[in-house]
Design a protein around this ligand. Structure first.
Ligand code: HEM
Length: 405
C-alpha cells in the first residue's frame, strides 16, 4: 500500500492531494497526535460535521488558535449568541450594502492596484495583486484613513504568519501578540470616533447594528475587524491567486472566460472546489460521534480536510481535473446548504463573506483581463502551491503587452 505522509510533514505539504486520496480510501478517520485531533477526509463526513444537524459539534477549540491574536470572535461563539452576532454582521456583506456601498470600493481598489503595474508588461500576480487587493478592500470598506492602509496590510502579514506558525517560531509568535496590541490601540479610538460621527462605511454599520436589543461592544467590533484580516484577507488573496494559476495553466479555459465573462462564476466555484484557500477547519465534539471509520469521543477535536472532501470521487467525476464546465457544479455562490463545494464550510458558520469574495474575484478577474489582453505565465514557469492549513500559489510571474488606458 502507498505510504501516508503525516499532515505536518514536508512531503504532505508538497502534495497533499495524493495523501488525501489515501486517507479517503483507507484511513477515513485518523487519530493524530501532533494536532491532538481526529482527521476526517471524506466528503460525507466533512459535510456532516459542518451541517451538524444533530448538535454534535461546537467551535470551542478555536479559543486556543484564534483568541491569542484576535480575541473573542464570531467563530468561537455558538448557539443563540452566535445567531445574534451573525444577524448583526451579515447584512453588511450582501444585498444593497454590498452592491451600492462596497462594489465601488472593490472596483476602485482593483483599478488603483492594476495601475501600478499595467504599463510594465510583467508582474507577479501574487505579490503585486492577490496579497494586496482583499486587505486594501477591507481597510477601505471599514473607512480607515488612506494613510493607514499600508499599516493595515502590515498587520495582515504578521497575523497570517502567526496563524500559520505550525513550527512555533517564537519571533513569529511574539510579532503576532505585538500586532494584537497595536491593532487594538489603533482600532478602539477609531471605533469610538465612528460612534460619535458615523459615516457610510462598514465600521459605522457595525457600530449601529442592533438585533433584539443587542449591540456589539468596542472590543467585539475590534475582534471582528481583526478576524477580517485572516477570514476576509488571506482567503480571498489565495482564491484570486488560485483562479489565475488554474486559468493560466488551462489556456483554453482562460480563453473561454475572456470571451464570456459570465464564466468567471464557474471559474471561481471550480477553483474553490479544486484548490480551496482553506484546507482544514476544526470542530470539537459535544458528545460521542460515529463517523466513517470509527467513533470519536466527546470533547475531542475533529480536523475536517476541506481540500480532500472537495476531491472525493464519490461526489465529483474525475475530481482531480480542473474543469469550469463540469456538470457537477452549478457555479453559483449563495447562502445555501446545497453548495458546489465545502470551501466556505456549511451550516451555522458558513462564510459570511462569500458574496463579497465573489464580487472581489469577479472584479479582479474582469479588470485584469481587460488591462492585459494577452496575459500569460512567464516562459517555462509552473506554479507551485504552499501552505497546509491555508494554501495557494507561491508566486505567479506573468507577461503581457502593455496597453494604454
Ligand atoms: C467563515 C472560507 C472570504 C468572513 C468562513 C469559513 C470558511 C471560510 C471555510 C468557516 C469557518 C469555520 O466554520 O470554522 C472563506 C473563503 C473565502 C472567504 C474560501 C474566499 C474565497 C471571506 C471574506 C470575508 C469572510 C471576503 C469578509 C467579510 C468570514 C467570517 C466567517 C467566515 C466573518 C465566520 C462566520 C461565522 O463564524 O459565523 N470563511 N472565506 N470570508 N468568513 Fe470566510
Amino acid at each position: 500500500a502507498p505510504s501516508l505522509p503525516d499532515i505536518l510533514s514536508p512531503a504532505f505539504a508538497a502534495d497533499p492531494y495524493g495523501a488525501y486520496r489515501i486517507m479517503r480510501e483507507s484511513a477515513p478517520l485518523i487519530r493524530h497526535e501532533a494536532t491532538n485531533s481526529y482527521i476526517v477526509s471524506r466528503y460525507e463526513d466533512v459535510e456532516r460535521v459542518f451541517k451538524d444537524r444533530a448538535g454534535e459539534f461546537t467551535t470551542e477549540n478555536y479559543d486556543w488558535q484564534i483568541e491569542p491574536v484576535h480575541g473573542r470572535t464570531i467563530l468561537q461563539l455558538s448557539g443563540r449568541e452566535h445567531a445574534v452576532r451573525r444577524a448583526l454582521v451579515a447584512p453588511a456583506f450582501r444585498g444593497t450594502d454590498l452592491q451600492e456601498k462596497f462594489l465601488p470600493v472593490i472596483e476602485r481598489n482593483a483599478r488603483e492596484l492594476i495601475d501600478t503595474f499595467r504599463h510594465t508588461g510583467e508582474a507577479d500576480l501574487v505579490s503585486a495583486f492577490a496579497t494586496r487587493f482583499p486587505v486594501l478592500v477591507i481597510a477601505d470598506m471599514l473607512g480607515l484613513d488612506r494613510a493607514d492602509h499600508e499599516r493595515f496590510h502590515g498587520w495582515y502579514t504578521t497575523v497570517i504568519a502567526f496563524l500559520g506558525n505550525l513550527a512555533g517560531d517564537p519571533e513569529v509568535a511574539a510579532a503576532g501578540e505585538r500586532t494584537r496590541r497595536e491593532f487594538a490601540e489603533y482600532m478602539i479610538p477609531v471605533i469610538r470616533r465612528r460612534r460619535d460621527e458615523p459615516g457610510d462605511d462598514l465600521l459605522s454599520a457595525l457600530c449601529a447594528a442592533e438585533v433584539d436589543g443587542v449591540r456589539m461592544s468596542d472590543e467585539d467590533i475590534k475582534a471582528f475587524c481583526s478576524l477580517l484580516l485572516a477570514a476576509g484577507g488571506e482567503t480571498t488573496d489565495k482564491a484570486i491567486a488560485s483562479v489565475f494559476a488554474n486559468l493560466l495553466t488551462h489556456p483554453e479555459q482562460l480563453a473561454a472566460v475572456r470571451e464570456d465573462r459570465g464564466l468567471i462564476d464557474r471559474a471561481f466555484a471550480e477553483t474553490l472546489r479544486h484548490t480551496p484557500p482553506v484546507h482544514m477547519i476544526m470542530r470539537q465534539t459535544a458528545k460521542e460521534v460515529e463517523l466513517s471509520g470509527g467513533t470519536v469521543p466527546a470533547g475531542a477535536t475533529v480536523t475536517c480536510l476541506i481540500g480532500s472532501a472537495n476531491r472525493d470521487g464519490s461526489r465529483y467525476r474525475e475530481p482531480d481535473r480542473f474543469d469550469i464546465f463540469r456538470s457537477d457544479l452549478t457555479g453559483t455562490t449563495a447562502f445555501s446548504a446545497a453548495a458546489d463545494h465545502l470551501a466556505f464550510a456549511l451550516g451555522r458558520h458558513f462564510c459570511v463573506g462569500a458574496l463579497l469574495a465573489r464580487a472581489e474575484v469577479e472584479t479582479g478577474v474582469n479588470q485584469l483581463l481587460d488591462a492585459m489582453p494577452d496575459l500569460r505565465l512567464a516562459d517555462g514557469f509552473t506554479p507551485t502551491e504552499h501552505g497546509v492549513f491555508t494554501r495557494g500559489p507561491r508566486s505567479l510571474p506573468v507577461r503581457f503587452t502593455p496597453v494604454a488606458g
